[in-house]
Design a protein around this ligand. Structure first.
Ligand SMILES: [Zn+2]
Length: 134
């Protein structure tokens, strides 16, 4: 599943797991997730060897372990990236990405509120010049 969604951590250290990922992995309210912390990422899965267990609430939220939040330097309103890899949900601190293609390289943040990479910027400039000509 090729999804990479940004979410904010709330005041209780919870993050809403995207509905697309919950449906894809068949995670329902009350499901227990095993949380492991490795390589600067949190891995949430239904059937891994548990290190920490958390239940998914009725709004699809899960409380992230405070130890992991500290280790990742995350707090309330921190933005995390959430993606689905194999049968796991992977949560990691957000890094800026291009708002069009998701690339992390060659970002330009001076033109718009959201970062855009040089390649997408060039494409946008090209197509606006084409539309001016025609
Ligand atoms: Zn781009």
């Amino acid at each position: 599943m090729n999804l990479n969604i940004m979410r904010k951590i709330d005041e209780l250290g919870r993050v809403v797991l995207p509905i697309q990922i919950r449906e894809f992995l068949n995670i329902e309210t009350g499901a227990t997730l095993c949380i492991t912390f490795e390589n600067g990422e949190l891995h949430l899965s239904k059937d891994r060897k548990p290190t920490m267990l958390r239940k998914v609430d009725e709004l699809g939220r899960v409380v992230l372990p405070v130890e992991a939040l500290r280790a990742l330097n995350l707090r309330e309103k921190s933005i995390v990236n959430i993606r689905c890899v194999d049968n796991e949900i992977v949560v990691r601190p957000s890094v800026p990405t291009c708002c069009i293609c998701g690339s992390e390289e060659g970002l330009n943040t001076s033109l718009f509120e959201r970062p855009i990479c040089e390649k997408c910027l060039a494409k946008a400039r090209q197509s606006s010049e084409v539309s001016k000509v025609s």
